[in-house]
Design a protein around this ligand. Structure first.
Ligand code: KE4
Length: 412
């Protein structure tokens, strides 16, 4: 397998050393093939928000398994999950399930173009919308980690219609619309950026994009593959009170099985085949196993107090991290929202990807290794957000902060 992994960021290229090979996961923990236990802050990059291998999810899957793993035909379960997503996410009146966030973003771009009959799209530097050609322009996540702002194999003709702007820069977006009158299908963004580290929208940024897209008859699309059902039960759009036209989702709605989704206004979604002419399809889309894991995960998240617990726990974690670094005399800036957090080993605040690149990635590599040795598994990249879960206990947070104190002292 290229690089010995199934996804580049797992290879530890930017933090050095060999990747840890997992044997099993449970709750907030992961065990490697040598039996070492780690407190896990990656959580499979977001899906494990209820804790790994939650007993109720596992039980529901075991029951579903008896009835088969894939039908290739309509099933009640996909309708049940669709109704839960529609009830939860403000922009979603109709939804289509796919098998990954990349597929969801690919399809939503095709839909943006089909609905507006315009080819150009605006994305933001450092935002990652999966690995489809047209998005591999100044992307985040593994692309940023590996320093591949553009990937070989992506034809110029494909990315010629992808315009980019710095995150949190409304003026730049205004200029792009002025320079490309009636040519831009819409704006797609991570409403909270988790693929360039952790960057939050400045007050007025999301609202400004909502206005700008309306003024230009263009669509506003929130890529909530990472923030969906994590920032709140209704995603970032519910938390910030800004409703896009379309939304992509993934990760949490699959509860650890492969699921992606795109949804939005019925008027727009009705263009998707077979209701309309825009083609998109998938052999395993809506399969009963993945739908079961998603339904059970959302049921668990819907319970009273879930997001307060995530918020308080993660807030305590990031505050402790910042305090520990400052006590060791290290520059650091960071923050958290609900069960998502991030920090940069440099002075802040960090408003966009350009500023994020000032982070000391060499020192981050040393920190990552020091934390691993203390049984804490952080994302193996300075350009990835961290994730907590409902399974992380106060003791886990305390143990993690102790490891940070020791590691900051060691690398200081
Ligand atoms: P997937 O195709 O990996 O399911 O989703 C792509 C995607 C789309 N949009 C956002 C906002 C995302 O965060 C992602 C995937 N996130 C990365 C983690 N930063 C996946 C981890 C990986 O690539 O291995």
């Amino acid at each position: 397998m290229p690089g010995g992994v199934s996804s580049p960021v797992r290879a530890f290229k930017s933090v050095g050393g060999q990747p840890i090979v997992f044997d099993r996961v449970k709750g907030p923990y992961a065990w490697d093939v040598d039996g070492n236990r780690y407190i896990d802050y990656v959580g499979s990059w977001g899906p494990a928000i209820c804790g790994h291998a939650h007993p109720e999810v596992t039980a529901a899957l075991q029951e579903a398994l008896e009835k088969g793993t894939s039908f290739g035909a309509p099933c009640e379960l996909e309708n049940n999950l669709a109704e839960m997503v529609i009830d939860a996410v403000p922009s979603v009146e109709m939804v289509r399930f796919v098998n990954s966030g990349t597929e969801a973003c690919m399809a939503v771009l095709r839909l943006m173009r089909a609905f507006t009959n315009r080819d150009k799209v605006i994305k933001f530097e450092g935002c990652y919308h999966g690995h489809a050609d047209m998005f591999l322009v100044k992307a985040g996540s593994g692309v940023a980690t590996l320093g591949l702002p553009d990937s070989p194999g992506v034809p110029r003709s494909t990315t010629a219609n992808t315009l980019t702007a710095p995150y949190n820069d409304l003026e730049a977006v205004k200029e792009l619309f002025a320079e490309n009158p009636d040519a831009i299908s819409g704006v797609i963004l991570e409403p909270v950026v988790g693929n360039a580290g952790f960057i939050t929208p400045e007050p007025g940024f999301l609202e400004g994009l909502r206005e700008l897209t309306k003024e230009n008859d263009a669509l506003l699309v929130f890529d909530e593959v990472m923030t969906g059902f994590r920032i709140s039960y209704g995603g970032a759009q519910a938390r910030f009170g800004v409703t896009p036209d379309l939304t992509t989702m993934g990760k949490v709605i699959g509860g650890g099985l492969p699921v992606g989704a795109y949804g939005g206004k019925a008027e727009i979604m009705s263009m998707v085949a077979p209701a309309g002419p825009m083609y998109q399809a998938g052999t395993l889309s809506g399969n009963p196993l993945a739908m079961t894991a998603g339904i059970k995960t959302l049921e668990l998240l819907k319970q009273e107090g879930t997001y307060e617990r995530l918020e308080n726990n993660t807030q305590r974690l990031i505050s402790g991290i910042l305090k520990a670094a400052k006590e060791a005399g290290l520059p650091i800036t960071g923050s958290s929202i609900s069960g998502m957090f991030g920090f940069y080993l440099c002075d802040g605040p960090i408003r966009n990807f350009e500023e994020a690149k000032a982070a000391d990635t060499v020192r981050f590599g040393k920190l990552h290794r020091a934390m691993l040795e203390r049984g804490i598994y952080l994302a193996p990249s300075a350009f990835e957000a961290g994730f907590t879960s409902l399974a992380h206990s106060e003791d886990d947070i305390e143990a993690t902060l102790k490891a940070f104190q020791q590691s900051f002292a060691e690398i200081g």
